[in-house]
Each structure stands twice: as C-alpha cells, then as structure tokens.
Design a protein around this ligand. Structure first.
Ligand code: THU
Length: 138
C-alpha cells in the first residue's frame, strides 16, 4: 500500500476545517475543533464541535462532519482532517473513533495543530477491536 500523500485537495480541506473550527460553538470548554472529510469524488464536508448547556449533549467536530456527510449521501470518506489550536495535534475521542470506523476503517486521519504540525493515522489503527454489528438489517 502506498503511503497517503498530502495534496492540493488536502490543502483545500484543511482550509475548510479551519473555517468550520471558527464556527465551533464551544462556550463551555473554550476548546474549538474543526474537521473536514474528503470523498473520492472530490467532495469535502466540514464539521465543528457544538456544545450545549447540558454538557453531555455536546457533539464533537468529527461526528458533526460525519452526520453532515451522511445527510448528503456521502458515506466512504478517504481522509479526515482534524484541526485544533493546540501545539501538539489532538487525537479524536473514543466515541468519534467508533463513528469514523463505521464508514471508513481504512481512511487516513490527519491531525493538525496550531503550528501546522501534522500527524497521520489510520482509523482502524486508532480503534483496535472496534465494535461491529452484523445483525439484522445489515
Ligand atoms: N471535541 C471534539 O470536537 N472532538 C474530539 O475528538 C474531542 C473533543 C470537543 C468536544 C468539546 O466541545 C470540546 O472538544 C472539549 O472536550
């Protein structure tokens, strides 16, 4: 398998992730996160975290992007870019790993911090022994 490369379209998705981050609703934690999912047809779907006064209802940026993509009929993303203003890029939480895994276990996750530093991961490697359900309806 060739190593995933950072391309022009990744740059475009990165800009969209930063833009989505600027829209994050994070008045409680003050921690804004942006995400952009890339699809084989060139589509890019952004997301941001959306907090709530009832804290447990908070939606992370990655899951926001996945829900937006599914609503557009886009399922199998190839890459997910996640941006925060931390120096060291922040990895997705466990819930987001499971939701990303549902659609694209082989996708590349690019984590980008404030200095522009990137780290690269594969969804399935971020969530070994992921839960799968092959029961009725699948
Ligand atoms: N957050 C994300 O958006 N993605 C993650 O993977 C981890 C956490 C958000 C949720 C909450 O709004 C804030 O970061 C602090 O936890």
């Amino acid at each position: 398998m060739p190593e995933p490369q950072w391309t022009e379209i990744h740059e475009k998705a990165l800009a969209m992730a930063w833009r989505a981050r600027s829209h994050a609703w994070a008045p409680y934690s003050g921690f804004k996160v942006g995400c952009a999912l890339m699809f084989p047809g060139g589509e890019i779907v952004p997301g941001c975290n959306v907090e709530n006064a009832s804290y447990g209802l908070t939606q992370c940026a990655e899951r926001c992007a996945v829900c937006a993509a599914v609503a557009r009929g886009l399922l199998g993303f190839t890459d997910a870019i996640v941006v925060t203003d931390l120096k060291k890029p922040a990895p997705p939480c466990g819930a987001c790993r499971q939701v990303l895994f549902e659609f694209s276990p082989g996708a590349t996750v690019w984590l980008v911090g404030s200095g522009g530093g990137k780290s690269r991961h594969i969804v399935g490697e971020l969530l070994p022994e992921a839960f799968r359900f092959d029961g009725p309806g699948r």
